[in-house]
Design a protein around this ligand. Structure first.
Ligand code: PLP
Length: 429
């Protein structure tokens, strides 16, 4: 990877610890896509050479993306994002098996699955959301027991975007195969961090999103195993061999291809240097900042993710103060930002709501340096102390000698509800 200057906001350096939300576009990727914005803007479906040449580059990008996951290029369908890929896989399974009305997924999926499941329920389908253990792991026996004769598809994520916890995809795929049920995995968080091999995994469908691997937003991919019956989600032209209508986003596809090549070369860095940075950050927080807890299984997780609960403080307040120092982190999925509800992932793991509300995700990446971590750990203890000093939830708060944690929690929740109600109150003109 080419190194380049750190990102800035208003000329201030940004310390970026939110790589599970999105990633910086690699300079090599920008270089690869530029000619397709400036010179080669033809439509790849056009018959003349100006279009056909572009088509050739799209196919070469497809080969690169296929190589990233060990697939045949014919099994790669370009989509607009991970969300579209997830929706398309489930939609296709239901459409192709009209007698089957049951879908199995988990309570900790990305909203791309959770909300699609709720949409399906409103349309008369039955969706089972499997629970997880307190460390975020999945009980595969429970999954197996949940499969019914009318189950059309099981859709389980590979790595959780909030905690980094990994699910045993190969094992789940084998169960589904033996029961004759289609299996889809949302592997959006995997490229560049773990090796992907769809054949070894034995999945029928697999989703990726390019903006998680240093390519632009707005391009994703669905792997559809050879001979799997497939119904397009977007109906239109004959693009993608009739599997997705819509003119191909050529510059983004080219970018995805280049990013796929780079992702294979960064596995080593993610699993050694980035992992060591994550561990240093996590060890520092857990050993130096009191009342902190790791969320999620320590071993079965991505090398870049640390999700930590800071008791007696609100994650939103921590993030606000970090932001003032140019540090980017998050309290859950970027797609749920703005919601005052605690993370559905942490709630499914059985965390008390207050602890879930005090949890922050730090997700590192190949552009993070040791200096970034130094900067974060230099400031974090003071931020937490400052917030705890004024927190009504803190038992060590000077005004909290006769501290009743339940009463504090209730008051805090009613204050939040009041604040929310005010925010949504109609303006008086
Ligand atoms: N699945 C997971 C696990 C994700 O982390 C994300 C993005 O945060 C998505 C799906 C959705 O991907 P996209 O933003 O490309 O729609």
């Amino acid at each position: 990877m080419t190194s380049f200057s750190p990102p800035t906001v208003s000329n201030e350096k940004v310390y970026y610890f939110d790589n599970n939300a999105t990633t910086r576009i690699a300079p090599e990727v920008v270089t690869a896509m530029l000619p397709f914005l400036e010179q080669w803007w033809g439509n790849p479906s056009s018959a003349y050479r100006f279009g056909a040449a572009v088509h050739g580059h799209v196919e070469s990008a497809r080969e690169k993306v296929a190589a990233l996951i060990g697939a045949d290029p014919k099994e790669v369908v370009f989509t607009s994002c991970g969300t579209e890929s997830n929706n398309s896989a489930i939609h296709s399974a239901l459409y192709m098996n009209p007698g089957k009305k049951h879908v199995i997924t988990t309570k900790v999926e990305h909203s791309a699955n959770i909300n699609f499941g709720e949409y399906l329920q409103k349309r008369g389908y039955d969706v089972t959301y499997l629970p997880v253990e307190s460390d975020g792991l999945l009980d595969v026996h429970l999954l197996e027991k949940s499969i019914r004769p009318d189950t059309a598809i099981v859709s389980v994520m590979y790595a959780n975007n909030e905690t980094g916890v990994l699910f045993p995809i190969e094992e789940i795929a084998a169960i589904c195969r033996s029961r004759g049920v289609l299996f889809h995995t949302d592997a959006v968080q995997i490229p560049g961090k773990l090796k992907l091999d769809v054949k070894a995994l034995g999945v029928d469908f697999l989703s990726l999103s390019a903006h998680k691997l240093h390519a632009p937003k707005g391009i994703g991919m669905l792997y559809v195993k050879r001979r799997t019956k497939y119904q397009p989600y977007l109906i239109g032209g004959h693009q993608e061999k009739g599997r997705r209508g819509g003119t191909e986003s050529v510059p983004n596809i080219i970018a995805f291809g280049r990013a796929a090549e780079l992702a294979m070369s960064t596995l080593e860095d993610e699993n050694t240097r980035v992992r060591a940075l994550r561990d240093r950050l996590e060890d520092f927080i857990l050993s130096r900042i009191p009342n902190t807890v790791r969320n999620g299984n320590k071993e079965q997780r991505l090398p870049n993710t640390a999700n930590i609960a800071f008791d007696f403080v609100e994650a939103e307040a921590i993030l606000l103060l970090l932001d003032q120092l140019g540090i980017c982190a998050s309290s859950g999925s970027a797609c749920t930002t703005g919601s005052l509800d605690p993370s559905h992932v942490l709630m499914a793991m059985g965390l008390p709501p207050m602890r879930a509300r005090g949890s922050v995700r730090f997700s590192l990446g190949i552009y993070n340096t040791s200096e970034d971590v130094d900067y974060l750990i230099q400031h974090l203890p003071r931020i937490i102390q400052k917030l705890r000093d004024i927190s009504p939830l803190n038992p060590e708060h000077p005004d909290n000698e006769s501290y009743d944690i339940e009463a504090a929690r209730e008051k805090h929740e009613s204050d939040l509800a009041e604040a929310l109600a005010e925010e949504h109150a109609p303006a008086v003109s």
